[in-house]
Design a protein around this ligand. Sequence first.
Ligand code: ZN
Ligand code: ZN
Length: 368
Amino acid sequence: MKAIALVPGTKDVKLIDWPEPKIEGATDVKARVLQVGICGTDREEASGGRADAPKGEKELIIGHEMLAEVVEVGAQVKSLKPKDLVVIMVRRGCEECDPCKRGHPDMCKTGLYTERGIKERHGYHSEYVVDEEKYCIKVPKELRNIAVLTEPTTVVEKAIDYACRLQVARLPVDPDPKKWLEGRLVLVAGLGPIGLLAAMVLRLRGARVLGLDIVDSHSARPKLLEAMGGKYVLGKDEAIQNARKTFGQIDMVIEAAGIPRLDFELIDVLGLSGVYVLTGVPGDDRPLNIDGGKIMRQLVLRNQIIFGSVNAGFEHFKQAVVDLEAAEAKWKGVVEKFITARIPYQKFDEVLFKKAPEEIKAVIKWHD
Ligand SMILES: [Zn+2]
Ligand SMILES: [Zn+2]
């Protein structure tokens, strides 16, 4: 079968012939890959950045945001059958630390976890894949066009859930974290796929959403945000400086821009007792002048929390599927427009090495 592989640390990315994986264990599931999304992580890997081949091997098959159709299942598989749609999780635990032993490799404490398509485990850019049932999330057939967005949605599910859990743990409010967002004002910084998916989840939970970006207000991202009931804020310096005055108490900031200067500026717009989640991974290591004393003073005097969030566990994958389904029911056809390019795998280099200005999410097609 065909697969897209790279030699980690180089820009050597190729379509290769690779042995088709087989069902080996009774709990294995074999699936035909339909689509695999491309994100900043894949592009970083393809430009010689962070990626590790499996131990003892030279190449890594890339790809981690996938959707596939089951073709065969092992004798003990109960929840899946041929023709079911599945999304397979990315991270596998180290089995040494407590979070991994308890099924939460997304919170691994040793850093010895592996990740399909990223770290020491082959990914999903191939015609077929095999994995264990416990890493497969069944997806309703109606979501065939958008379920490739499940993995990026899990990232925002975890970030938002943990932010809400922190808030209900410390504020005198209803203890249900899903209710904490009702009527609250949230600023989402950066309207790429993560920012738009965050806006989607936040709107489903009843939050009022401000989406900050620097694109023209008539372009696709602001329009998609508005279609879900969010409000676009053009990210000029004055808009950020005046945000507290213009919009009032901002209860949560979801950062999905990965721009350090902006990320620090946004600390200032966060309201009293607010929570700020960072999800962007900056590629920019240039030094930055910040007023550390002012930021520390503010965090203390305004009772604020800032934390980072990456990856996601099984329940956030489940929740992502539930929310994609709810979003499709509520704003029919809107989420599908987050996918701005669907490219056959033979032409992967058209989207892996470059990003079109109008791109929100590019997807590689392996099978129809
Ligand atoms: Zn990704
Ligand atoms: Zn671990």
